[in-house]
Design a protein around this ligand. Structure first.
Ligand code: PGA
Length: 252
């Protein structure tokens, strides 16, 4: 089963408006008309529309960093899946570790967000991964089991077609400490195994699993060469067009 690869840039709470449009423009120009993998950038909410304008006609897709689980109503400060689609998004990141650990998002909230997003037609980049404490205590498999089950429970086969997982070990995010290709492969294979036992082999073999956590142009090739690593979710290195493009080219 060949899975389409994806490299997505998670800009987090960075960039001014002009930095965002310039970065998106440089990525679009550098990626060209037919990159060897899918490419997306995920700017902060206020820059989605200007970045969408700049990406028009390019091969680079737009993603948001979060979404709310209701279509509209009295939810001050939240943004609905329909709003993201109308702003030009194809993707949305759900359950990023910073939202889980800094902002207290729960497995149940993440499951509701995944449902709302895929029902609206968005493609979800669902993040999961263990903390250093969980890894040290040998709890990785239990953590993956819980995260895979709780986030994806109740999706139809058709909706699974709009899900991408990003395995992001919390200890590797923004720390400069990348997982080794072997550690990433082991985790991805385990997550894929869990997907198979919970949701069936067809879903497990077709669902892309990205690696995230201090991916750089130097570490990307080793990681992306592993059979169960289907691309990357890139934070810090996605803020520099050259670094991001060289990661994209590693896949292509
Ligand atoms: P990083 O972030 O590449 O800066 O470690 C990855 C992420 O949080 O998605």
């Amino acid at each position: 089963m060949t899975r389409r690869k994806l490299v997505a840039g998670n800009w987090k709470m960075n960039t001014t408006r002009s930095e965002a449009t310039a970065l998106a423009g440089a990525v679009a120009a550098g990626v060209g008309a037919s990159p060897g993998c899918d490419v997306a950038v995920c700017p902060p909410f206020p820059w989605l529309v200007p970045v969408a304008e700049g990406l028009k006609g390019s091969a680079v897709a737009l993603g948001a960093q979060d979404v709310y689980s209701e279509p509209k109503g009295a939810f001050t400060g939240e943004v609905s899946p329909g709003m993201l689609l109308e702003a030009g998004c194809r993707y949305v990141i759900v359950g990023h570790s910073e939202r889980r650990h800094v902002l207290g998002e729960t497995d149940s909230q993440i499951n509701h967000k995944v449902h709302a997003a895929v029902e609206a037609g968005l493609h979800v980049i669902l993040c999961m991964g263990e903390t250093l404490g969980e890894r040290d205590r040998g709890l990785m498999e239990r953590v993956f089991q819980r995260q895979v089950y709780s986030a994806l429970a109740g999706l139809t086969d058709e909706q699974f077609g709009r899900v991408v997982i990003a395995y992001e070990p919390v200890w590797a995010i923004g720390t400069g400490r990348t997982a080794t290709p072997e550690q990433a492969q082991e985790a991805h294979a385990f997550i894929r195994g869990k997907l198979g036992s919970l949701y069936g082999e067809k879903i497990a073999s077709s669902l892309p699993i990205l690696y995230g956590g201090s991916v750089t142009p130097d570490t990307a090739a080793g990681l992306f060469a592993k059979p169960d690593v289907d691309g990357g979710l890139v934070g810090g290195a996605s803020l520099k067009a050259d670094a991001f493009l060289s990661i994209v080219r590693t896949v292509g």
